[in-house]
Structures are given as C-alpha cells and as structure tokens.
Design a protein around this ligand. Sequence first.
Ligand SMILES: [Ca+2]
Ligand SMILES: [Ca+2]
Length: 279
Amino acid sequence: MFSRLVTAFLIFAATGAGLRAQTLVYTNFTGASGISRNQADLDLVSGAIVLASSNRDKRGAFFTTTQFNVTGFSAVFDFRISSPGGSAFDGGELQSGADGLAFVIQNSSSGSNAIGGFGVGLGYSGIGSSVAVEFDTFKNSATSDPDTNHIGINSNGSTTSLATASVGTALDGGVKWTAWVDYNGSTMEVRLSQDGIRPVSAQLSYAIDVASAVGSSSAYIGFTGATGSAYGNHEILGFAFSDTYLTNGISAVPEPSTYALMALGLGLVGVRIWRRRRA
Ligand SMILES: [Ca+2]
Ligand SMILES: [Ca+2]
C-alpha cells in the first residue's frame, strides 16, 4: 500500500559551497513523474516498467524528461529478464531468449522520446550522442558479441561494444539482478549481483569521456530493451541516480519506507546547515 504512495522523488541535498547534488529515486514506477515512456509498458501490479515483453519484435524505452549532470555520477537499478523463448539462428547457433536491455545516457535529437532498433539493437541502436551499458542475452555475429550472456559499454547508438565482460549466471533466468554504474569523470565501472550486495570489484571497467560522447555535460538518463525472433520479458523494477559520483556507489535502490526516512533525514540536515549559516 505504502509503495503505491511513494514512487518518485527528487531530493536536493546541500553539498559544500552552494553546490546541489540531485538524486533521482524510483522505488518503483507506479504513478512515476519525470519520465517519458516510449513504447514501454507499466506493470500496474508490480510497478515495474516492461521495456519489452516476452513476444517477437518488441522494443521500448524510458528516459527522464529533464537532463542531469553526467560529468560524474552513480546509479543503481534492479532489473529482471524472464520467460526466455522463441528462437533464432546466428553464427550457426540456434538460440532462444533475446535480446537484452541497456542503461542509456543520451543527448540525442529525440531527447526524452528517444527509442532505438528492435532485436540486436536492444532498443538502443541509432540513439546518437550517447553512452550505454548493455545487458545482452543473444549472441549476434554482426556486433561481435562474445557470447549469449554478457555486459558491455557502448556509445553513439552502436551495439558493437567498446568493451565487454561475460557473466557466469544467466541474465534471463527470471531472478532479480541489481546493477551499479559509477562514473568518476574518467572511468566507468559496472557491477552486478543477484544478492543485492554491491561487489567490491567492478565486473567491467572502461576509460571514457562521457561528456564528449554525449556532446554535453548533461543528458537524459534511462533504459531501453528489445526482442526479435527470440524474446524474453525485460523489466526495470527500480532505479536511483546521483548526479555526483559517490566513491562507494549507491548501496541499493531504496525501499519505499527506508526512502521516506532518508528524505526526512536529508531535509533536517538541510535545515540545520541553513540555520548555521544564518547564525
Ligand atoms: Ca546481442
Ligand atoms: Ca553485445
């Protein structure tokens, strides 16, 4: 019940000499404001956003309707890929389950309405001025995929990755994954786990100038996903983003009750700082 009331917040917490860090939190997406859903569905029961359902040739995306600083940031999100099915040949292999999803930072001409290609495109292909972290469950020879279960860092709407890492456990096994993407201004790190605990070491790390890649110090933040002849159900369950890099990342997508307490705590801190400066 409470989770239906608490969906999305913007916190503006005072940091240092007048700088303001923006934190975006979606404990789920029921009644969520501040995002544009582009061919992606809201699951009214769970509050998840379904980027692409377990059917042929689906694609979907959602992005923030405002831009956030991307010169340094920390993000965490929960996702689930379930019901892998269908089949398609690629590279001489008959595969089932496809195609995956991506966390996307973009400043394309379509803005918050951006959506990319089906299938191998992961709903991301063609979205220019962008950087993406892909979670890819289908091995495409056209994009030099290393295997049927990997993560990668991509840019400028290309699904041929700049760097990849194989994942040992099936991404589309129907279990909730938590993923962390942290960018300190020079290196992007990706972590993921099924126990909700942020791994000490990154599974994938890549040096990249995000501001140059998107052509701006700020960009729209969101997700894309797609299916082809093979398919799966691709959901984003929750998402939190800080437009300031945090050394230890964001530990988890806050639970609705925890988040209400955290927001209250930050509010009180803000009041204290203000009073001290006025005194
Ligand atoms: Ca692929
Ligand atoms: Ca790939």
